[in-house]
Write a protein that binds this ligand. Structure first.
Ligand SMILES: Cc1cc2nc3c(=O)[nH]c(=O)nc-3n(C[C@H](O)[C@H](O)[C@H](O)COP(=O)(O)OP(=O)(O)OC[C@H]3O[C@@H](n4cnc5c(N)ncnc54)[C@H](O)[C@@H]3O)c2cc1C
Length: 396
């Protein structure tokens, strides 16, 4: 067991998940978050069956379930003609994978992780500190913080500092992430303001040429989460900016009245320029490793970025256990167990984006292909992702 703490850069879902997994395994942890307080921007997050097993390992399954909403189906409709393309009932998920499919408010998810970290002995959380770099030697890592703050010494450094990771910049040095040319506008609507005819208890995706809209309930059905995505080269860089509504309207002009009725209820949007990276090995070096978006940023079309970050967190703690506390041996094992799975999600997410955003004959072919699938086939197609991943050191 390490005496020096494991230092974590970043306190998003990945960083707090890692702090919790490591703390519960008995490792002292020191987490530095750049922001003055822990917070998540944007409203909703989908929770595949695979994340529920991780919640169980982190001891937060009941607390998450109390905050989550459990939609009845995943539905895809054509955003131009309105027909239902496919529907996957979600009641079978529990039967098939032993865990549900759910949605949750990001703030609620972060709060559950935060409270669990605070209740775990040995986990120290420090906000208002930016990790700027590190120097490692055979015995540990010296983690540099912003000017005038003494460096922190640790047994290891885990870079959970997201898409624009400073730890990745030093460790991998592969430049900024890839701008996809897709932009997401996000907003929430009180459920009472949702127009008639829009189902309130499903995750519904309206697919159209070079665009889509997803909506689903949040906070026990009090809110509706909306994410509108379209292709544009208009913005090259940006994060959590106020969205230009006129631009959104131009892109959604040709869509169904139901889609536009939903969009027009929103006054303020936040926009995200969606980025990812090509999957790549080399997330670990000596006593430094990357986790979550810092390691494998992905487009959100499989709704798995946070799911993967928590799988990473649990796997990392398990590998340190499996290696008898030898962190230098555990980090390459962690990467080896994660890289192909996360890489498959990175690549498949791009393909799902192409499927959602198809137009013309491509869209007709998509509809024909998806219409031929029954719910069992549709659920089975996701078994590679939704089954609980296995690695050494995991119980059972
Ligand atoms: C539109 C959209 C929809 C999505 N939907 C889903 C979904 O339904 N399901 C799902 O699983 N995923 C979804 N995702 C992906 C998911 O949000 C991310 O994959 C996940 O939040 C990544 O968590 P993280 O902790 O790795 O990184 P982040 O959430 O980016 O957290 C990084 C943290 O590190 C801090 N930080 C940054 N730099 C430093 C530094 N130098 N020093 C200290 N702290 C630092 C930041 O302030 C932040 O708190 C979606 C993403 C988008 C954009």
């Amino acid at each position: 067991m390490a005496h020096e703490p494991i230092v974590i850069a970043g306190g998003g879902i990945g960083g707090l998940g890692a702090a919790l997994a490591l703390g519960r395994a008995g490792h002292p942890v020191r987490l530095f978050e750049r922001a003055e307080e822990f917070r998540e921007i944007g409203a909703g997050i989908q929770l595949g069956p695979n994340i529920w097993a991780m919640f169980d390992r982190l001891g937060v399954q009941d607390a998450m379930a109390a905050q989550a909403a459990f939609p009845t189906a995943l539905v895809m409709r054509c955003a131009v003609h309105g027909h239902e393309v496919t529907r996957v009932p979600l009641d079978g998920m529990r039967e098939r994978y032993g865990e549900p499919y759910a949605v949750i408010h990001r703030g609620d998810m972060l709060q559950v992780l935060l409270e669990a970290c605070r209740a775990t002995p040995g986990v120290t959380l420090e906000t208002g500190h930016t990790v700027t770099g590190y120097v490692q030697d055979a015995g540990g890592v010296t983690v540099q913080l912003e000017e005038a703050v003494p460096a922190a010494r640790g047994a290891a450094l885990i870079g959970c500092d997201g898409l624009w990771s400073k730890v990745r910049a030093q460790l991998v040095g592969d430049g900024p992430p890839a701008v996809s040319g897709h932009i997401a506008y996000r907003a929430v609507l009180p459920m009472a303001a949702v127009p008639e005819g829009i189902p309130r208890d499903v995750v519904q995706l309206w697919a159209g040429p070079r665009l889509h809209l997803v909506h689903y309930p949040l906070r026990r059905g009090e809110l509706m989460n909306l994410v509108a995505v379209f292709h544009s080269s208009h913005y090259h860089e940006g994060w959590d900016e106020a969205g230009d509504t006129a631009l959104l309207w131009r892109h959604f002009e040709g869509t169904r009245p139901e889609v536009r009725a939903l969009l027009e209820r929103i006054e303020t949007w936040r926009f995200w320029v969606l980025c990812d990276r090509e999957p790549k090995r080399g997330w670990t070096q000596g006593r430094v490793a990357l986790l979550g978006d810092a390691a494998h940023p992905m487009l959100q079309y499989l709704a798995q970025g946070a799911n993967m970050a928590l799988e990473d967190a649990v796997c990392l703690a398990d590998q340190i256990g499996a290696q008898g506390g030898d962190i230098a041996a555990a980090l390459p094992a962690y990467e080896a167990h994660r890289v192909l799975r996360a890489g498959r999600v990175q690549i498949t997410a791009r393909i799902f984006g192409d499927i959602y955003h198809a137009g013309g004959v491509r869209a007709e072919l998509r509809d024909q292909w998806l219409a031929d699938r029954d719910p069992v086939t549709a659920r089975e197609a996701m078994a590679w992702l939704y089954e609980t991943p296995r690695w050494p050191g995991a119980p059972g």
